[in-house]
Design a protein around this ligand. Structure first.
Ligand code: AMP
Length: 457
C-alpha cells in the first residue's frame, strides 16, 4: 500500500515524500479511503499511530479540490483538540502536509492574547484548529463564523470528555451545519464516546487498527523499584548514563514537576517543566527548547504532555506513576512512535505498588522489574490484591479509578524477574472516571467532568 494508491493529490504526495513518509501507517490506510469517500468516521487510534495525518491528508485533499474564489474565505474545516499543545502540533502537521496546496489554517487556544487569533479570523482561513474553551470565547464575541464548516474533526475525543469539555462540544456542534462530515478520533470507544457519535454522526464507518489500551510493541518497559526519598537521585543516575539523550520525564503533579526541574538544574542538567500552571508562552518555549536540544530534560504532567510530538524520543521516564492506568498508555505513546524503538522507565516506590499492578493488567505486556544497584528499596513492591497506592487514591472508590477489580495474585509482574506474570484477564476498559486532572484528587476530577461550558484547555 502506498500513499499514491490512496488517490491523494500530487501536491500532498510531494509533501509526504519530502517529510520522509514512505507508506501509510495502518490507521492511515484504513481511514483515508473512508474519509475521501465522504463518510463520517470513528477511528480508534491513539497518539503515535499517525492519526493526525489520517484525518489531515484527506481533509486537505478534499478542501484543495474545492478552493473557492472568494477573497475572504469561510472556515470549511474545524479540528477540535483537548489541549493547546496538541492543537499547535496538529496545525504544524497541516502546514507540513499542505505546503503545496493553497489552503490557510490557524490555531486557536487559550492562555494567549486574542489579538492574533482575531486578526487571522478576520482575514479568513480555510481550516481552524482549536481547543473548545477558547473557541467558545470567540463564538460568544461573534469573532468566528462556523456556519460554512464542511468537515468537523474531534481529535482525542475521549480526552476532551475526560477534561469536562462535553458541554462545550455540544455548543460547538450546535453551531456547525448539520450537513457536514464528522471525523472522530479516540484512543478508546468508551460508552460516552459512542453516545456522542450516535447523537452527532451519520452512519459512521468504524476503523480500528490498534486495540485500545495497548502500546507500540517497539517499546520496552522497565520498572525500577526505589524508595520515594531516593527517586531524584536515581533519576540523576539514569540521566547521567547518556547526558546528551533527550528525555521526557513525567511527574504526577505540577508542584512535583517544578521541584524536579530545580533539582535537575542544581545538578547541572538543562531542564524545563511543562504543565497547566505555566503560561502558554512558557509552555511553548519549553517545548521548542526541548525540540531544538537547548534543554535535554522536559518534565511534564499528563495533561501538558498531550500533543508533544518529538521525533525519535528514545526514552520516557515516569518519575511517578499516573493515578490512572490509561494515562500510562498516553505517556508511553511519546516514545516508540511510528515504529521506532523506545524505552519506558518507571521509578516505582512501595506506595505505588497498586498503580503498577493496574498498569500491568491493562497493558497485558511484560514489565521488566529491575533493581538498580545502590538504589534498592527498603520495602519491596507488592503486586498482590492488597497492594498499596498513594494516599490520594485510597480515598477514591475503585470504580472511579478506571482500575480493575482486584483479584488475588492477578496481573502485574513478579519482582526481581525479567518479565513478570502476564495479566490473566483484560479488565473492561470502561473509560470510567479515568480523568486526567493534573495534581488533583478525585474530587477536582469529578468537578471537571461536570465542568463549566467554557472549560479552558
Ligand atoms: P501522530 O499519531 O499523528 O501523533 O503521529 C506520530 C508520528 O508519526 C509523527 O511524528 C508523524 O510525523 C509520524 N508519521 C505519521 N505518519 C507517518 C508515516 N506514514 N510514515 C512515517 N511517519 C509517520
Amino acid at each position: 500500500m502506498s500513499f499514491d494508491s490512496l488517490g491523494l493529490a500530487p501536491a500532498l504526495l510531494r509533501a509526504l515524500s519530502e517529510a520522509g513518509y514512505e507508506k501509510p501507517t495502518p490507521i492511515q490506510a484504513a481511514a483515508i479511503p473512508e474519509v475521501l469517500a465522504g463518510h463520517d468516521l470513528m477511528a480508534a487510534a491513539q497518539t503515535g499511530t499517525g492519526k493526525t495525518a489520517a484525518f489531515s491528508l484527506p481533509l486537505l485533499h478534499r478542501l484543495a479540490g474545492e478552493v473557492r474564489g472568494e477573497s475572504r474565505r469561510p472556515i470549511r474545516a474545524l479540528i477540535l483538540t483537548p489541549t493547546r499543545e496538541l492543537a499547535a502540533q496538529v496545525q504544524e502537521n497541516l502546514r507540513d502536509y499542505g505546503k503545496y496546496v493553497r489552503l490557510s489554517s490557524t490555531v486557536i487556544f487559550g492562555g494567549v492574547g486574542m489579538g492574533n487569533q482575531l486578526q487571522a479570523l478576520r482575514r479568513g482561513v480555510d481550516i481552524v484548529v482549536a481547543t473548545p474553551g477558547r473557541l467558545i470565547d470567540h463564538m460568544q464575541q461573534r469573532s468566528v463564523d462556523l456556519s460554512k464548516v464542511d468537515v468537523l474533526v474531534l481529535d482525542e475525543a475521549d480526552r476532551m470528555l475526560d477534561m469536562g469539555f462535553l458541554p462545550a462540544l455540544k455548543r460547538i456542534l450546535a453551531a456547525v451545519p448539520r450537513q457536514r462530515q464528522t471525523l472522530l478520533f479516540s484512543a478508546t470507544f468508551a460508552p460516552e464516546i459512542k453516545a456522542l457519535a450516535q447523537q452527532f454522526m451519520r452512519e459512521p464507518r468504524e476503523v480500528s487498527t490498534t486495540p485500545a489500551n495497548t502500546v507500540a510493541n517497539t517499546v520496552t518497559h522497565v520498572v525500577h523499584p526505589v524508595d520515594a526519598a531516593n527517586k531524584r537521585e536515581l533519576l540523576l543516575h539514569i540521566l547521567a548514563q547518556d547526558s546528551r539523550r533527550q528525555t521526557l520525564v513525567f511527574s504526577r503533579t505540577k508542584h512535583g514537576a517544578d521541584k524536579l526541574v530545580r533539582h535537575l538544574e542544581q545538578a547541572g542538567i538543562r531542564a524545563a517543566a511543562i504543565h497547566g500552571n505555566k503560561s502558554q508562552n512558557a509552555r511553548t518555549r519549553a517545548l521548542s527548547d526541548f525540540k531544538t536540544g537547548r534543554i535535554t530534560v522536559l518534565v511534564a504532567t499528563d495533561i501538558a504532555a498531550r500533543g508533544i510530538d518529538i521525533d525519535q524520543l528514545p526514552v520516557v521516564i515516569n518519575f511517578d506513576l499516573p493515578m490512572v492506568a490509561e494515562d500510562y498508555v498516553h505517556r508511553i505513546g511519546r516514545t516508540g512512535r511510528a515504529g521506532a524503538e523506545g524505552q519506558a522507565i518507571s521509578l516505582v516506590s512501595h506506595d505505588e505498588s497498586g498503580l503498577l499492578r493496574d498498569i500491568g493488567r491493562l497493558l497485558k505486556t511484560d514489565l521488566s522489574i529491575r533493581n538498580v544497584e545502590g538504589y534498592e528499596p527498603s520495602t519491596p513492591l507488592r503486586l498482590d490484591a492488597g497492594a498499596p497506592r498513594p494516599k490520594q487514591q485510597q480515598r477514591q472508590p475503585r470504580s472511579q479509578q478506571g482500575g480493575g477489580q482486584g483479584r488475588p495474585g492477578a496481573g502485574g509482574s513478579r519482582q526481581g524477574g525479567n518479565g513478570g506474570g502476564r495479566p490473566p484477564s483484560h479488565r473492561p476498559h470502561g473509560h470510567s472516571a479515568a480523568g486526567t486532572g493534573e495534581n488533583t484528587g478525585s474530587h477536582k476530577r469529578r468537578r471537571q467532568r461536570r465542568g463549566p461550558a467554557t472549560n479552558k484547555a
